[in-house]
Design a protein around this ligand. Structure first.
Ligand code: ATP
Ligand code: MG
Length: 401
């Protein structure tokens, strides 16, 4: 049996009332991006579901691409048949015949959105169930835990039949919850923080602090590769690369060593916030994880966070490292993150950074030098790259509609 369409059920977006159109639009955009390698498909977005019309493209491959899209609750390959009892019987039978393995059980699950159809749900059950029992020797009915669940949906235009229900990624479509700036280092944590925030519908732009010649081009490439991975989710992503050498060297000269980490973080945050304003983002995301290193104690966060009142999202704050690593592996960023290239912070890291820095002290140390003009210069010299994923055929987007 050739499936001719793939049914996409929306996740939480169905509950979002007035915002529904926006959610459906964003989801449609994500689907269009993910399915760019399948130029013949067509997408039909409706209020409460979406269909991908297969048009001869490879169904399992399309399903694989759909599985990673945020905002999709479940996916079912389906066939559309005329509103006619004989057509429905034949299609259901051949679908079950194809999936059936010896000893398996089945069940018919009819749903009649259009009540004018000549059979009621009971009638559909009997007609289709009887036909399957009569034609597939050995098959049995099991209404509680069937191996094959034949879903029949009777709508006013046609009948849809599907037997498989594949779990989607859940979450909300990217772009439906506004935009935030991700502070992206080359480490394990920040890409995971970005991924989890995107899963809640937030579009991200990344900001990376780069200190040549102390950090090499290879470490910049590493960050670009991480950005490429995240860009797969939304089709493209901006990466702002901030030249940070002058500031780090000045910190080293002007700030007592045990406060240099605190100041570094404060300036990073200030610069990210300036870029955020320009780009009209609403929040900043970091990969901070409570207690992991000196800059991630509550006292440190209290001292660092002072420089802005922009919301800072820290999706990993309370997670265990093992769980973070698991996600990093799942989303394919782990192997990139563990490439052994230095980060701007590790190079300048003091031997014993304060784990309990004081706001008053760091303010005083910073007040002896005009860091503001360095910050403005770094923002001005920031280079912005538009990162596209490696594997997508971006140029074909426009042909899809
Ligand atoms: P990560 O694995 O994300 O590097 P980490 O455990 O190494 O995190 P830190 O190095 O203390 O922790 O960094 C904490 C957070 O600060 C990072 O998750 C990231 O959001 C931000 N950050 C650190 N270094 C940079 C950098 N060079 N550019 C941009 N953001 C950075
Ligand atoms: Mg790091």
């Amino acid at each position: 049996m050739n499936y001719d369409r793939i049914l996409i059920r929306y996740g939480e977006i169905s509950t979002k009332g007035r915002n529904r159109n926006k959610f459906v639009d964003k989801l449609r955009r994500s689907v269009r991006i993910a399915l760019a390698p399948f130029p013949k498909i067509k997408i039909r977005a409706e209020r409460d579901r979406m269909y991908v019309l297969v048009n001869g493209e490879n169904v399992p491959e399309i399903i694989n691409a759909l599985k990673n899209i945020f905002g999709i609750q479940s996916i079912s390959p389906a066939i559309k048949v005329e509103r006619d009892i004989e057509h429905m019987k034949m299609a259901a039978l051949s679908l079950v015949k194809e999936l059936y393995k010896e000893g398996q059980t089945f069940k018919i699950s009819p749903k009649r959105s259009d009540k004018t159809f000549e059979l009621d749900t009971e009638g559909i059950n009997h007609t289709l169930g009887g036909n399957i029992l009569a034609n597939i020797p050995g098959i049995k009915v099991n209404v509680k835990k069937p191996d094959i669940n034949v879903k029949i949906e009777v709508l006013s235009d046609a009948i849809y039949i599907s037997c498989e229900n594949i779990l989607g990624a859940g979450g909300l479509p990217v772009g439906s919850s506004g935009k935030a700036m991700l502070m992206l280092s080359g480490g394990i944590d920040s890409p995971v923080a970005g991924y989890l925030t995107m899963k809640r519908g937030v579009e991200i732009e990344a900001v990376h602090f780069f200190s040549p010649p102390f950090t090499s081009e290879r470490s910049k490439e590493k960050v670009i590769d991480l950005a490429k991975k995240l860009a797969e989710i939304f089709g493209s992503m901006k990466l702002h690369i901030v030249p940070f050498t002058d500031i780090q060297q000045t910190i080293k000269e002007k700030i007592p060593e045990n406060y240099s980490m605190t100041s570094t973080r404060r300036f990073m945050l200030q610069i990210t916030d300036e870029i955020r304003k320009k780009q009209e983002g609403l929040a900043i995301i970091t990969g901070d994880n409570l207690g992991q290193v000196a800059s991630q104690t509550l006292e440190s966060m209290y001292a660092i966070n002072e420089v802005t009142n922009t919301p800072i999202l820290r999706p990993l704050l309370t997670m265990d490292k093992n769980d973070i690593i698991k996600i990093a592996k799942d989303i394919d960023t782990y192997d990139i993150s563990i490439r052994p290239f230095e980060d701007c912070c590790t190079i300048f890291v003091p031997s014993s950074p304060k784990t309990k820095p004081k706001r008053e002290k760091v303010q005083r140390y910073e007040s002896f030098f005009d860091f503001d003009s360095l910050i403005q210069a770094a923002v001005k010299e920031t280079e912005t790259l538009v990162i596209k994923p490696d594997t997508k055929v971006v140029s074909e987007f426009n042909d899809l509609f």
